[in-house]
Design a protein around this ligand. Structure first.
Ligand code: GLA
Ligand code: ZN
Length: 669
């Protein structure tokens, strides 16, 4: 059982969006619900920013409007994902209790007039949250329309106020027990930072120069935990009265929330994903984001809670999606494990800061190409019932976790700010995605046994236990591919002593002594296997301790030293890339690792711009190009989207797609 089963059993793929009826009059509600039905919408998120409407004055609740809205939706057979309205408290709260608003690192208190200005640690805020959530839950827990709960919205607040400072100290006491343990973990002998009591610790507020990196890491951990606490407060109230699944919308690679530590708190992983039509790397990045969120609850089907139907309003220049790309974005999410695709938002707001954000019903109304495409998409998604609940069977894992990202990319004063964790992750993911190879993004603590290839592009900070977990991969016959600047630090960002990567030097059969960021000219590399190429950004002074050297640096101090190594372990292999190779070289390395691991692509000779992804017994083929494409497939299949049989050649129109239902596979894990 997964959190979405009850919903999808009756409805198939979920389809809908945020709906903000408090911005509209009842005649528009009725028109909206009729349009939703016509579009095949079966799930809407209601009330996300409705606190000021629900509780116009402290303790006075007005729910008459919401009664009517929920009844309308229920009569139309549309399920409701009911939000706790706590993402944006009403102005009266900050006016009466200034301490309910967050304070930034410079001591500036956030003002009302926007949204999300609350301090997540404020007890007064939490008391008011509790009151409004209780009121909502008491009233609607048994309402037949309510099928899911949406706690807050994009939880992500960081606060440096005095109250949060107290809560940080409590958190640190629980983590370290006594202050000497904190001093050791934070290496406070440096710059006279030794604390004689927890009472002296403050959040990393504005300071003259660099902060202590371990303190910054712990502050990020604390902030994520404090937000989870606020989530738990609300989810707990819901769960007292309701069995419907509870979730909140994550923002995939958002630094503020360590989603892996929230996995057991959400019944369903929900994500907001906004591709940028003006950015050619956007489809690959979206696929990576989907592979990340799918991994949070170990491969369970997830929900794309928000995306844009056309343009967003928050980039400097907002190129809209074509209607074809809108559909491809949705199909990509389903192909990567989503059981539902929803939007921000149903009807475009006429006022407020998001008045230029696209919606499923634009300002111009339903007689528009965009809305017709929304309607057609609803019908299309209904045909994908056979994939609902199916898993993505990935044999490749890409290792990523938040603390390592924080330490390896978001802390300043590293050897290079150009070697970025997410950039590296995307670089290693891209050839896998391009080949249509299913890949799970997982933390280093995950059970890695089911994966034939484990790729660690840039795992800067790692605990001993997690490092040992990764090191077992080649020893049990799998293939491990490690990128540069990995396993450099422990969980407190303290650099490990010895030849690097200290915990993996044995398994790699290679070890290093020095990191060497490169100047703009880069460094030539010679390789019989991959040809000559220029390494950029980064190099490492490494020697082989028994590994086969597959490429060597050709110039400078590192001339003749390994750039790329491979050590075999029986059937297993451990590869080490010490630099940033060009895209084609990295693709060739990844291809070799796939061969060594015995992982093959679902299709070969796929034209450029055509994307392949397999989920269960369905192979999605998405043509992002503006031209027709022909794709050869290995055997007869049925296209779920068109209903047609396909023999061995699939003809895809411009921005067209197919979902090929294949015979069940040999391999089921
Ligand atoms: C986020 C929020 C929404 C809306 C959209 C706009 O995802 O959750 O409320 O602001 O961005 O893109
Ligand atoms: Zn605070």
């Amino acid at each position: 059982m997964t959190g979405l089963d009850a919903l999808t059993a009756a409805r198939g793929v979920l389809y809908g969006g945020d709906w903000n009826p408090e911005q509209w009059t009842p005649d528009v509600w009725r028109e909206d619900v009729a349009l939703m039905r016509a579009a095949g919408v079966n799930l809407v998120s209601v009330g996300i920013f409705s606190w000021a409407t629900l509780e116009p004055e402290p303790g006075r609740f007005d729910t008459a409007w919401l009664d009517e809205v929920l009844d309308l939706l229920h009569d139309a057979g549309i399920a409701v994902d009911l939000a706790t309205p706590t993402a944006s408290p009403p102005p009266w709260l900050a006016h009466r209790y200034p301490e309910t608003s967050a304070v930034d690192a410079h001591g500036v208190r956030m003002s009302v007039g926007s949204r999300n200005h609350f301090c997540p640690g404020s007890q007064v805020f939490r008391d008011h949250v509790e009151a409004v959530v209780r009121h909502l839950v008491d009233r609607y827990a048994d309402h037949p329309a309510v099928a899911m709960w949406h706690v807050g919205n994009e939880l992500g607040q960081t606060c440096w106020c005095d109250r949060c400072a107290e809560r940080l100290r409590t958190w640190l006491r629980a983590r370290y027990g006594d202050v000497d343990a904190l001093n050791a973990a934070w290496a406070t002998a440096f710059w006279s930072q030794r604390y004689s009591s927890f009472d002296e610790v403050v959040p990393p507020r504005a300071a003259p120069y660099l902060h202590n990196p371990a303190a910054e890491l712990d502050f990020r951990r604390f902030t994520s935990d404090q937000l989870r606490d606020l989530y738990r407060l609300q989810a707990g109230i819901v769960r007292e009265r309701s069995d419907a699944p509870v979730t909140t919308n994550f923002m995939n690679f958002f630094p503020g929330v360590d989603q892996h530590t929230w996995a057991d708190d959400v019944d369903v992983v929900a994500d907001d994903c906004y591709t940028d039509p003006a950015d050619a790397s956007s489809p690959a990045r979206a696929a990576l984001a989907h592979d990340l969120v799918r991994g949070v609850r170990r491969g369970e089907p997830w929900l794309l809670m928000e995306q844009a139907a056309g343009a967003v309003n928050w980039r400097a220049h907002n190129v809209p999606k074509s209607t074809g790309a809108m559909v491809l974005d949705s199909l990509r999410a389903v192909a990567h494990g989503a059981d539902g695709v929803c939007y921000f938002q149903w009807r475009a707001s006429t006022g407020g800061a998001e008045r230029f954000h696209s919606a499923m019903v634009p300002h111009a109304g339903p007689d528009t190409d965009l809305h017709r495409a929304v309607r057609a998409q609803g019908a299309l998604l209904q045909r994908l019932r056979p994939v609902v609940g199916a898993r993505v069977d990935a044999r490749v894992a890409l290792v990523f976790d938040w603390p390592s990202w924080w330490a390896g990319e978001l802390l300043p004063a590293r050897p290079s700010m150009r070697l970025d964790v997410l950039g590296r992750l995307a670089a290693y993911h891209e050839p896998l995605w391009r080949a249509g190879i299913a890949t799970d993004v997982v933390p280093p603590s995950a059970d890695l046994d089911g994966y034939d290839l484990v790729v660690v592009p840039s795992l800067h900070a790692v605990t001993d236990a997690d490092a040992a977990n990764v090191a077992r991969v080649p020893e049990r016959g799998g293939v491990l591919l490690v990128g540069p600047f990995s396993a450099v630090a422990d969980e407190h960002a303290r650099v490990r002593r010895g030849r690097f990567p200290v915990p993996w030097a044995d398994v790699l059969g290679a070890s290093g002594e020095d990191w060497r960021p490169l100047d703009d000219a880069g460094l030539r590399v010679a390789s019989d296997r991959y040809g000559a190429f220029t390494a950029t950004t980064w190099s490492e002074h490494v020697r082989s301790d028994g590994a086969e050297v597959l490429a060597t640096y050709a110039d400078g101090d590192l001339a003749g030293l390994p750039a790329l190594t491979r050590r075999t372990h029986g059937d297993g292999e451990a590869w080490y890339v010490t630099t940033v190779p060009p895209r084609d070289v990295l693709a060739a390395v990844v291809a070799d690792c796939l061969t060594a691991a015995g992982v093959t692509a679902p299709l070969t000779d796929v034209p450029d711009g055509v994307e392949v992804a397999r989920r269960g017994d369905v192979l999605f083929v998405l043509n992002r190009t503006r031209g027709k494409q022909v794709v050869r497939i290995p055997g007869p299949a049925t296209d779920l989207l068109s209903g047609d049989g396909v023999a061995d050649e699939l003809l895809l129109p411009a921005e067209g797609a197919a979902a090929l239902h294949l015979a069940p596979t040999e391999r089921t894990r």
